[in-house]
Design a protein around this ligand. Structure first.
Ligand SMILES: Nc1ncnc2c1ncn2[C@@H]1O[C@H](COP(=O)(O)OP(=O)(O)OP(=O)(O)O)[C@@H](O)[C@H]1O
Length: 492
């Protein structure tokens, strides 16, 4: 039965349970990938012979977030009836599937995730795109920044989206390529902090195949290549805020998740010296940095977001169809109309002191190791980011804060941790009088792990920014992903 854009059917009586009808299944037409006359795989072999069967390929939910493709074959009274059903369903998909991509530009990092990206694409993803009738231009990258440069230079008019098969590093290449290309095409100067950046039209798809796939996890809820491919096929759209980081009037990088100074900057910096040991280097350098218990002096200035809509400790979650994110579009449009982009004339709050970590996160930054992430209530697309300040504390206190990222306890309910929902921030480091003062500040572990340097560096979505002074602005819904946000309830 086809009703209200939903296809429903009841399975025939099950021979084992005599007299009982089988289960009834309902699939929204939007979640049908394709329909063909005939019996699934055998369809091609019997293409010439008319069949009274037709097969519907549709999304099926295996667990809360995991999607798979399922094929259901229906028997009709006649070949004509099977043909009619196929035609009606195809037309229906066509009429409601305006958001579905027709042609994609796909970049595969052959070295991503220990070299499994190419195989994942050819065995799992390409057949799905083929089935959905999506045209594909596929490029295997030959160097770092290959995808970014290609997007910056080539004609992209024929594409409905760009897709990366790789990890967060590849996503970042697509992000930079698209944002930079869009600003270039629309004549916007990226180096001006106050510039209103032009939103990108092309959507980004992520097929997770890296060693770190945090952006995928935080927007889909699972790192599963097939689930992500199905979101792309049905044309799901998730807008996303982008943070731009500037140093002394120059754009440094764009990012969507963590911008971290102090602990996370040092962990990344340290891990670069251990590349040969693979992803375990992050655990090892993290351990070393906890022992080092470094603190850095400076001043954080920030523009707090209006807390009447949401705040970092309201115990909600940004989920599919998030109202806070969708209502923010209207609200921020009004703000733009009233020219309130002049951030400098607004009142900035200021906190000076000694920090173990200064973190800005544009989204929850959830990942498989920390299911709720750095800031569990952060929103993907509301024009804000969360500023988390861990002030001077000892190693055990900091460990306590870190541990709470992996259990249900509130990581902000500690006297030395502060969190603010912000629209912009800047950090001004304070130079210590002398190196000796820095060394004296820490005890035994610190001397074992090396002296505290005067300043740390920033970890910007896994890239090191070699500077301490930084300002960050959140750009509302600058890009769109082929995703729908994590499905589930918005209450924690
Ligand atoms: N052909 C290539 N050769 C070398 N580097 C590449 C190539 N293609 C992409 N890269 C770079 O490799 C980096 C890591 O890629 P990616 O994020 O896909 O994998 P990953 O396994 O998650 O890696 P990592 O954990 O090191 O970030 C990216 O920053 C990208 O710029």
């Amino acid at each position: 039965m086809l009703q209200d854009n939903c296809l429903s059917w009841t399975f025939k009586k099950n021979q084992c349970c005599w007299g009982k009808e089988g289960p009834t299944i309902s699939v929204p037409v939007n979640e049908i990938v394709s329909v063909c006359q005939g019996e699934g795989e055998k369809q091609s072999k019997t293409a010439d012979a008319p069949s009274n069967l037709f097969t519907v390929y549709h999304i099926s939910r295996k667990s809360a977030q995991r999607w798979t493709l399922e094929a259901t074959t229906f028997t009709t009274q006649s070949c004509q009836e099977a043909h009619n059903w196929t035609q009606v369903l195809q037309d229906r998909i066509q009429s409601i599937g305006a958001e579905r991509p027709r042609k994609l530009l796909i970049f595969i990092n052959p070295y991503g995730g220990r070299g499994k990206a190419t195989r994942i694409y050819s065995t799992k993803i390409c057949p799905l795109f083929q089935l959905a009738g999506i045209e594909r231009d596929v490029i295997e990258t030959t160097r770092a920044n290959h995808a970014r440069d290609y997007i910056m230079e080539m004609d992209l008019k024929e594409y409905d989206g760009v897709v990366c098969v790789g990890g967060d590093g590849m996503f970042s290449e697509l992000l930079h390529g698209l944002v930079k290309r869009t600003q270039k095409d629309s004549g916007v100067c990226e180096n001006k902090e106050e510039a209103t950046l032009t939103p990108c039209k092309l959507r980004i798809g992520i097929i997770p195949a890296g060693s770190t796939d945090c952006v995928c996890f935080a927007t889909v809820g699972i790192n599963d290549p097939v689930t992500s491919a199905l979101h792309i096929i049905i044309g799901d759209t998730q807008p996303m805020d982008v943070c731009a980081s500037y140093h002394k009037g120059h754009l440094m990088r764009y990012s969507v998740s963590l911008i971290g100074y102090g602990f996370f900057g040092d962990v990344l910096q340290e891990s670069e010296t251990m590349r040969c040991i693979g992803p375990f280097r992050y655990d090892l350098s993290g351990f070393k940095m906890v022992l080092s218990n470094r603190t850095y002096n400076g001043t954080v200035e920030f523009l707090e977001a209006d807390d009447s809509h949401s705040h970092p400790r309201d115990n909600t979650r940004c989920r599919s169809g998030c109202l806070i994110c969708s209502e923010s579009s209207e609200r921020l449009k009004e703000d733009k109309d009233t020219d309130s982009q002049d951030y400098e004339s607004e009142t900035w709050q200021k906190i000076s002191g000694s920090f173990v970590a200064v973190n800005v996160t544009g989204m929850s930054s959830a990942c498989p190791k920390s299911q709720d992430g750095l800031s569990p209530t952060a929103h993907l697309a509301d024009g804000t980011a969360d500023l988390i300040l861990v002030q001077d504390c000892n190693m055990f206190q900091f460990l306590r804060h870190l541990k709470r990222h992996t259990n249900k306890k509130d990581q902000f309910a500690l006297p030395y941790v502060k969190v603010h929902r912000i629209r912009a921030m800047r950090f001004i480091p304070e130079k210590l009088e002398d190196e000796e003062a820095a060394r004296r500040r820490k005890g035994l572990f610190s001397s074992l792990c090396g002296a505290t340097p005067e300043t740390s560096s920033w970890n910007c979505d896994g890239e090191i920014l070699d500077c301490a002074e930084l300002s960050v602005r959140v750009h509302h819904q600058l890009v769109q992903l082929f995703a729908r946000g994590i499905e589930g309830t918005s209450c924690s």
